[in-house]
Design a protein around this ligand. Structure first.
Ligand code: GTP
Length: 236
């Protein structure tokens, strides 16, 4: 089979794991997402995952708190989510390695780029947890950074909307949907796709981003197979 992508970075938001109640982890929702990731894996595509932590905590919620502390709390939330994904994927027979950017060896391997690449080559899904390990960075930036490090072909950015719009389509009926954007458009138009650090990192390293909706979990497979759903963001 001719695959469009050999190695993909899937970025999931923490909320994607929360299900209808909008908080914490909803095991049936996690299972549905993992079933779709398994389909990608079964096609022979190498899969890396970065997951957010917003279903438990967001750094920006820590008003009045020390910013670094609030961000570290968010990083810990991503570890919970990574373990939940690992458990669910292993249940359906997908080999997984979790690597954390902050050492917590009793729980998971520390992040070692060469080991991560080796795991991918050996057909294991690798989940990168604890963000970049640094405060003041988002998990979108983590996805960009890790994608650059492991030389992923594309970032598949799963969202709760089906594409990038010029304004919030939930609020504005006339919101215009973009099918294609270049990195600079995203920055110049102030589009809320990824934060500017993340998008700049993608631009500097020429990493394509496909933004798509997770309303149907099978969109992960469609996106990974190179189908042009949602919005593609690239250099030109
Ligand atoms: P190979 O080197 O290709 O054999 O990879 P491997 O991951 O199977 O081998 P390794 O012996 O490194 O790891 C075996 C298991 O231990 C895997 O599930 C790893 O995720 C886990 N593991 C490895 N290092 C650590 C660590 O520092 N902490 C924790 N908690 N688990 C680890």
């Amino acid at each position: 089979m001719n695959l469009e992508y050999k190695r993909v970075m899937i970025k999931l938001s923490g909320e994607a794991l929360a299900g209808p109640q909008g908080f914490g982890i909803d095991p049936p929702t996690v299972s549905r997402i993992c079933e779709s990731i398994k389909k990608v894996f079964d096609r022979g595509i190498e899969v890396a995952i970065v997951v957010g932590g917003g279903n438990f905590w967001r750094g920006r919620l820590g008003e009045g708190m020390d910013k670094s502390t609030a961000d570290y709390m968010g990083m810990l939330a991503t570890v919970i989510n990574a373990l939940s994904l690992q458990d669910s994927l292993e249940h359906i027979g997908v080999p997984v390695r979790v690597q954390t950017a902050i050492e917590m060896k009793e729980i998971a391997e520390p992040y070692i780029k060469r080991k991560a690449v080796r795991h991918l080559e050996k057909k294991r899904v690798v989940i990168f947890a604890a963000g970049t390990g640094n405060p003041f960075f988002t998990t979108d930036t983590t996805a960009s950074l890790r994608a650059a490090e492991i030389d992923a072909d594309i970032i598949l950015l799963a969202k709760n909307v089906d594409a990038v719009y010029d304004k919030d389509p939930a609020v504005h009926d006339d919101a215009k949907k973009y099918t294609h954007l270049c990195y600079l458009d995203v920055i110049d138009k102030g589009l809320k796709v990824m934060d500017s650090t993340a998008i700049t990192l993608c631009m500097d390293n020429d990493i394509k981003i496909l933004v798509f909706g997770l309303d149907n979990p099978d969109n992960i497979l469609r996106a990974a197979m190179g189908e042009h759903i949602g919005t593609i963001i690239e250099g030109e």
